[in-house]
Design a protein around this ligand. Sequence first.
Ligand SMILES: [Zn+2]
Ligand SMILES: [Zn+2]
Length: 368
Amino acid sequence: MKFKDRNIFVGLGGTNKVGASCYYLKIGGQNILLDCGSGRLNEVNFSPPFNALLQTPYLQDLNQISQVFISHGHLDHVGALPDFLSLNSYANIYMTDITWQITKLQMRNKISAVAQDRIVTVDFSQQIPLNNVEVSFYRAGHIPGAMMIFFKYGGKTLLYTGDYSTFATQLVEAVILPKEKIDTLIICGLHARHPYYRANDSSLTKIIRRIQSALYLGRTAFCRISQISKGIELLTLINKFLPNVEIFIDKPIMNLIYSFEQLKIPVMKAQDHPLDYFSEKPGVILSVFKPPPYFWNYEIIPCDFSLHDDFNATVEFVEKINPKTCIVVHSPPDKKYFSDFTIEQALITSPDSRTNFIFPEDFTPIEF
Ligand SMILES: [Zn+2]
Ligand SMILES: [Zn+2]
């Protein structure tokens, strides 16, 4: 195979860990980035070291990257976009309209007006021809706006899942897959190395129970949300299970709700209000901030929950797609049970599986 015909993958962040998801892809002669996320270490945000690509034989200048595809609006997939835009003057940045709304809210003024002109919003029915590569987009589940990116080039196909869920959440339907055969799958397999991890909705049920018991004791349930979009998930759930409770929502979450409603995704019910002031009256507060220190009658409830497939669902998903090559990213090793058993071993016994698994490390190029 000629050098220029080789397909290359290089992880710049978020291969065997979560955070700073950013993957360089060379297919059909195109230089592409999949996601452009930031990470967080010791309370400090960091971006992937984009310049590391210049140490490889594939790129001489970051301006050779002509397309960036953002799978969804979580910061570990989009947070480094302002840094990338300051290093590259030409690339188009593709994402869904909802992802763009979520991104703008989180970035505030960090993306300049000039850079904003390079954002191209796409939807699930669209196909984009880029010289030798045709690109289309599929619903990924996970959170509103999340998309999978499907590439066709030189008679081959590749699917990048981004974060996805094969189950419906409070706000989105489950993933939809392309009908064509998939040769290479790049999967965000958060639990692909966690054989003992089983999803159940107990974490959400626990949060609802803690809210109920706080209210029962005459206290305010202060729900501290880890990510803005999860605030909307939780709100939808409280609306459903505790329809008589008054809910007060902080500004960042409220702004996202307004954008969702503009995009015709209704969220608010009569019981929901913007949080204009902190009252002593018991209720539920949804906030991404800490509560003010002078209030004592608050039960602080940390609200985190998973919107990802568990181990078994991941195995079933890959078994169904049955790609020739599966590059597993966004996939930390098992730190709880220290198990070495991964999706690869789980599929060895499957008679029809043809999949060759690769668990890359950051900065190690892979040819496929
Ligand atoms: Zn995500
Ligand atoms: Zn992620």
